[in-house]
Structure formats: C-alpha cells, structure tokens
Design a protein around this ligand. Structure first.
Ligand SMILES: [Fe+2]
Length: 216
C-alpha cells in the first residue's frame, strides 16, 4: 500500500515516527504531535486531492481497512506501531458514541468546526457493564487547532460536527497502552459501558460464540 500513500502524507508520517521514537513520555509525545499536526491540517488542497482520488480511483485510503467507525478512514499505520493517522468525515450533526481510547491521541479539523465533549467516570468500574459518567466540558476546535485525548478512563469523550457542512477531522493515535482488543463505548442515560470491536474482531467473536454452542 506504501506506493499509493501521497508523498506529503508519507514524509509527514516519517518525520512524526522519527521524532516520536525519541520521546519516552506520553506528555512529550502529545506536545510534539500538537505542534506538528496543524501543518497537515492547514493543507486543505492535499485533502481535496485525497478525497477526489478516493472517489475516482478508490485506492487510498484503503476502504477495506477494518476501522471501528463507518466515518473513519485509515491514512497511515506506522510499521513499528508507534502511531496511526486516521481521517474522519462527519456529516452535519453526526457524532460518534461516547468512547475511550487505548492510547493518547491528537485530533483536529481540516474543515469546519469539530466539537469535543468530555466526560468523567464517577464509578470505580467494579460493576460489570455499569458506568456512571458526568459531562465535564464542551469545546469547539477550529481548523488548524488541535485537541488531545488521554487513554482509557482519563480520556472519555465524543466528537462530532455541530455545523451544517460535512467536515474532515484528522487524528493521530499513539501506540496502544493496553492489550485490550476493543475500546469502550458508554451510554450516558442507561449508565452502561459496552465493548466496541473492530469488524474483523467482532466476526471472530461471533464465530467463537456460535462454535461454543455447536460443541456444547
Ligand atoms: Fe475518540
């Protein structure tokens, strides 16, 4: 797939990988990425080219990459798993479910306004399937600006598009800080927590459950 990645994305990601590999603390990695990412976010023509090529040539980004969300496109995965870079396309009023991440992340819009709503978990996680969240803030991130999220319970949030145009978000996520094969989704009203699996993982789990029944 390397040959199909636009050269600007490739050189940006190589620079990012080189620097991140020399930084040890999450905080340093976040600060570095927050400095670097706006350069890419301001390159609207590059994203115009990516979207035009995606519609016409259908080669990049790889539409078969099994992302968690339908609105998500994988732009780059670092061969040493130091980070990944993803694009999200949000229609007017579209938001992802409240969720956490397995890593730190730096996110920002290329176009439009991106809303980030943050939550704090009030329960201790000891009750299976139960989670009590309270909203802690709402922020509008403008093109060229970024926002960072922290892993697991320290970074529970949802993002989306409060405006009237379809917008582009780019996210860089660091290496996984957990061996979990899912992220957590949360329902504020039902006070519940549930796993969100990537499609391939979900299919293997379903197959395993059906097999357990056959073998019973
Ligand atoms: Fe997120």
């Amino acid at each position: 797939m390397t040959s199909r990645i636009p050269s600007k994305i490739l050189s940006f990601c190589k620079e990012c990988a080189h620097s991140l590999s020399n930084l040890r603390e999450n905080q340093e990695r976040i600060e570095y990425t927050q400095e670097l990412l706006p350069r890419l976010l301001r390159d609207t023509p590059l994203f115009g080219t990516i979207l035009r090529d995606l519609i016409v040539k259908r080669e990049y980004p790889d539409l078969n990459y099994p992302t968690m969300f339908d609105s998500e496109f994988m732009l780059y995965t670092d061969p040493d798993r130091l980070f990944s870079m993803r694009m999200f396309i949000w229609e007017p009023g579209a938001y992802d479910p409240i969720h956490d991440h397995n890593s730190w992340g730096v996110i920002g819009p290329v176009t439009g306004q991106l809303e980030v709503i943050t939550y704090r978990r009030e329960d201790d996680g000891s009750r299976e399937g139960y989670a009590d969240l309270i909203e802690t803030g709402r922020k509008i991130i403008l093109p060229g600006d970024t926002y960072f999220v922290l892993p697991l319970n320290t970074g529970i949030h949802r993002t989306g598009n409060p405006g009237n145009e379809t917008i582009i978000q780019v996210s860089i996520y660091g290496e996984a800080q957990t061996t979990r094969n899912h992220i957590n989704g949360f329902d504020l009203e039902l006070k519940s927590v549930y796993p969100i699996y990537a499609p391939k993982t979900k299919k293997r789990l379903l197959a395993q459950q059906a097999l357990n029944y056959i073998e019973m």
